[in-house]
Design a protein around this ligand. Structure first.
Ligand code: ZN
Length: 590
């Protein structure tokens, strides 16, 4: 059967268009029928988004009905051969039709536990985020994890997986494959083979500054960049992998992009790395077409951002903006190895780091592609988001001092309970941050020193992290939250101490660069959604010397990050590469 085209779908009479999308959503032609009201679709991505929105608008009952229209994985329908053709193909690809009796029994019992708990069948897109098919072991592990999920989370996960199933079915119908997304996916998979020694033995991904694995990652990035056709690729004095794709005009300005290749402990494969490989895919494409850009394109794999091995963070991007504190060299890691020794062992000379500082006058700006690391895009069914600002933050560590006393004999109205004060404060901080809509406040550390089950807490230690998209909003948030702490402590007759540990300015995206990302997102047929970044990124450092803006890519598993479940699909990666390519090819440097 010849592949469907968007033009064909856009121009077909309604009933025919619905028939063309038959089987995309299991036994639910109403979704296609209603979504067709939004024709014409500019792209396949636009069609996918419209279908997802239609299901959202259909409400909870319609969503549950759709979930229940799905067959159980490796269930009775498979055994009795009554699955739809699409489902049969998918379950076959995952090897589910070839289960051993033990595997079959395990899946059956997990399926019934899941169904009993949530009232709907377990759904997973068995072809997975790369489209090649999850293994039986991966499917069973997913079931084992999700059977313990929260009901709301599971309903959303089932819907998300249904849209992923639909995405792959649509790709098949339209004969579209995310070739560059697949390539970037495979690059990241291959890079993830390198992990620090202990973590590697546990099957975890941990790559911290200048370990053996870290150096192997740098070498592989360098080799991959050279294979893409970069003109020059070097590992610099701080460990950054720097690739240049030159303009024809040697005097042209430079556009910088990149992200970090280190990871947190037991982290994900895409945090940072997607922002190195997405531009590499662009250079590979440009080079293959013999095409030069009217500016030099500098792609940097930053050596360190996460601050895992040493207390210093942003070592890679910091060095590029001329910030490297030589006192950091005396810091030691958990094994007592100084940063100085680690650098010497890796063949890096800290004396050369100051020379890495770029002259901003030679630069057009800095852009960064990064996975979102949060749930927002996933919830909105949007593959891409334009970052409006990287949140500013203020952090405190503090303590509340009350009076320790007997838990049995001290009447409630005579207590000076440090934890009760903290609890009242924590609830206020939560409410106050909610009030802004896009501020966040977190008490992430809390402990009662020498606490005892029969003692009213006399003291508690806590941390407080507050973030907002601009400094004014951040300061107002902090001011209200701290005043409330003061009022609560006064009313409860306890004291408190606070010390500020971090005050980082917000990094609002440059309007012109934000606009370029917005145009690029529109060119994919997708609505532009602007959002602040709650997490810090290398772009924050570059922000200090040049205009910057970031593009976020939707994460799977509700956007979880700094976790092995961190993921995104090859299709979403492809869209980010296409958007980046749009920026590169529409940018006039004059
Ligand atoms: Zn990151």
């Amino acid at each position: 059967m010849p592949h469907l085209t968007i033009e064909q779908l856009n121009t077909a009479p309604l009933s025919e268009a619905v028939a063309l999308l038959d089987g995309v959503y299991e036994h639910s032609p109403w979704i296609a029928e209603q979504a067709m009201a939004q024709r014409p679709f500019a792209t396949l991505a636009a069609l996918k988004f419209a279908l997802a929105q239609t299901l959202d608008a259909g409400g909870e009952d319609a969503q549950l009905a759709l979930i229940r229209a799905h067959p159980e994985l490796a269930g009775k329908a498979m055994v009795s051969n009554t699955l739809t053709a699409e489902s049969t193909n998918e379950q076959q690809t995952a090897g589910l039709t070839q289960c051993t009796p033990q595997e079959f029994e395990r899946i059956q019992s997990l399926n019934s536990a899941y169904n009993a708990r949530f009232g709907f069948p377990f759904i997973v897109a068995v072809r997975g985020p790369r489209g090649l098919g999850l293994s039986k072991a991966q499917i069973i592990a997913t079931l084992e994890r999700r059977v313990h999920g929260h009901p709301e989370y599971e309903r959303a996960e089932c819907i998300r997986n249904i849209h992923r199933i639909a995405e792959i079915r649509l790709n098949d119908k339209f004969g579209q494959a995310p070739h560059l997304g697949n390539l970037v996916w495979d690059w990241q998979e291959s890079l993830a083979q390198h992990s620090d020694s202990g973590a590697s033995a546990r099957g975890e991904l941990t790559v911290t500054y200048l370990t053996e694995a870290h150096q192997a990652v740098a070498k592989q990035l360098q080799a991959d960049m050279l294979a893409c056709g970069f003109d020059q690729v070097e590992i610099d004095a701080v460990g950054n992998v720097v690739g240049i794709y030159r303009a024809e005009d040697a005097n042209a300005k430079t556009l910088m992009t990149g992200s970090h290749y280190d990871t947190v402990r037991n982290g994900g494969k895409y945090d940072g790395r997607l922002g190195i490989y997405a531009p590499m895919a662009c250079v590979k494409t440009l080079h293959a077409a013999g095409q030069r850009l009217p500016f030099h394109f500098e792609v940097i794999g930053f050596a360190e951002e996460e601050g895992q091995r040493y207390k210093a963070t942003f070592l890679g991007s910091g060095a590029v903006v001329g910030q490297f504190n030589h006192a950091w060299l005396d810091q030691t890691d958990a094994d007592g190895i100084t940063m100085r020794d680690a650098m010497a062992q890796a063949g890096l000379n800290p004396k050369d780091i100051p020379a890495l500082a770029r002259n901003p006058a030679n630069y057009l700006g800095f852009i960064e592609v990064h996975i979102e690391q949060g749930p927002v895009l996933n919830e909105m069914h949007l593959p891409l988001g334009v970052v409006s600002s990287i949140n500013g933050s203020i952090r405190y560590v503090g303590q509340i001092n009350g009076m320790a006393s007997h838990a049995g004999t001290t009447p409630m109205d005579r207590r000076r309970d440090a934890v009760a004060a903290l609890a009242e404060f924590a609830v206020y901080a939560e409410q106050r941050a909610i009030q802004d809509g896009d501020s966040v406040a977190t008490i992430g550390m809390l402990n009662v020193p020498n606490g005892s089950i029969n003692v009213v807490p006399g003291q508690c230690h806590f941390s407080l992290d507050m973030r907002a998209p601009n400094d004014g909003q951040r300061d107002a948030l902090a001011s209200d939250i701290l005043s409330k702490l003061d009022a609560i402590c006064t009313a409860r007759q306890v004291d408190y101490q606070l010390s500020e540990t971090v005050r980082a300015s917000a990094a609002p995206s440059d309007p012109a660069w934000q606009q370029r990302w917005s145009d690029a997102v529109k060119a994919q047929g997708l609505p532009v959604f602007s959002m602040p970044s709650g997490a810090g990124h290398d772009a924050m450092k570059l922000h200090e010397v040049m205009p910057q803006a970031m593009l976020f890519v939707r994460g799977e598993n509700a956007g979880i990050s700094h976790n092995p479940l961190e993921s995104t699909t090859a299709d979403d990666m492809q869209l980010s590469i296409d958007a980046l390519m749009h920026v590169l090819t529409h940018l006039s440097p004059h």
